[in-house]
Ligand binder design. Structure first.
Ligand SMILES: Cc1cc2nc3c(=O)[nH]c(=O)nc-3n(C[C@H](O)[C@H](O)[C@H](O)COP(=O)(O)OP(=O)(O)OC[C@H]3O[C@@H](n4cnc5c(N)ncnc54)[C@H](O)[C@@H]3O)c2cc1C
Length: 295
């Protein structure tokens, strides 16, 4: 075999401004951003993607920050690696569920190199961060030479491997608000191989009222059971304003399994995925509730 990967023109900007300028110039053509390359290079080797231009943003300065402010919440630069998020002391103390999710994402090698921005921009419904970030009510900042815009995480992925990103835009930041009092969050995925992509995943955030018993707010996000990670709003409605118990969580699980739209894949059937959602929503809900009671 002559070449595993075809020829392309390679750019490695050192500033965001430079990267955005290159995107404005080449974005409309066969052009891809590369960050950690953990997902993109696989697609290029398989020739599912054959970009003419590759803009390597891994060396862009100042895009790998993780900051926290009691008002603004958590801000994560697109180039922060999975490993940096897993190990960050502020994330461990204020958003421990994010660190836990990262710990179960693939291998240390992939986490050391793969970036949160690359993961989210990849648009994979079976990825781990997006469903959890939807449960956490996160937002995504996108930047282009024309300026920035911010959208809800739940709107960002639009279909299988499709996102709201325009050709001249890159994902620059993930924003996670401060958690309200008496809030518990949990995320679990079920995979065929430990640490691998999800067969089905559930992220849930439960906020209790001042009585620490009545559910004042709930967000349920599902991964890998629809073309894009989704909110299970019918299931949420069953829990809002109620004192949550096992029976109610079982009903929410049933509702979520009916409102998702999984496709069968090489390993499991549609029915199997629906059954997983039913079981996982009940389990994850129970764990989020226990956390909310202690928060
Ligand atoms: C063996 C293996 C197992 C894995 N298992 C899991 C898993 O269990 N769960 C999981 O969630 N993920 C998993 N992944 C994916 C991993 O999380 C990657 O880190 C992630 O998908 C991509 O990050 P990256 O920085 O390497 O992106 P890249 O591969 O560089 O890019 C991915 C895509 O995003 C685009 N892109 C990258 N950065 C930006 C940006 N800032 N703005 C706009 N577009 C951008 C690229 O153009 C490309 O289309 C796995 C990967 C491997 C190799």
């Amino acid at each position: 075999m002559k070449n595993i990967i075809f020829d392309f023109e390679y750019f490695n900007p050192k500033t965001l401004e430079e990267a955005l300028k290159l995107l404005a110039q080449y974005g409309e053509d066969e052009c891809k951003i590369i960050a950690g390359g953990q997902s993109l290079t696989i697609l290029m080797k398989q020739r599912l993607l054959t970009p003419q231009y590759l803009i390597d943003i891994k060396g862009v300065a100042g895009m790998d920050y993780i900051t926290f402010d009691e008002k603004e919440g958590l801000k994560i630069g697109a180039l922060a690696t999975h490993r940096a998020i897993e190990k960050d002391p502020v994330i461990k103390s204020k958003y421990s569920v994010l660190a836990e999710m990262e710990q179960n994402l693939s291998s240390v090698e992939t986490r050391n190199w793969g970036t949160i921005g690359g993961n989210v921009a990849h648009g994979d419904t079976a990825g781990d961060p997006v469903p959890l970030l939807i449960a956490l009510n996160a937002k995504v900042k996108m930047s282009s030479a024309k300026g920035d815009r911010v959208v809800e995480m739940e709107e960002f992925t639009t279909d299988y491997f499709e996102t709201l990103l325009e050709h001249d835009e890159l994902l620059s930041e993930i924003q996670v608000p401060v958690l309200p009092p008496h809030t518990g969050v949990q995320y679990t995925k079920f995979s065929q191989i430990t640490g691998d992509h999800a067969t089905a995943s559930v992220g849930m955030m439960i906020t209790l009222g001042s009585d620490k018993a009545t559910c004042s707010d709930v967000r349920i996000a599902l991964g890998a059971v629809s073309p894009a990670p989704m909110r299970a709003t019918k299931a949420e409605e069953l829990l809002k304003g109620k004192k949550i118990d096992d029976a109610l969580l079982a009903k929410a699980g049933q509702a979520a399994s009916e409102e998702c739209s999984p496709d069968a894949d090489a390993e499991v059937s549609e029915e199997y995925k629906r059954e997983l959602v039913k079981v996982l929503v009940k389990r994850v809900g129970g764990e989020a509730l226990a956390r909310a009671k202690k928060a």
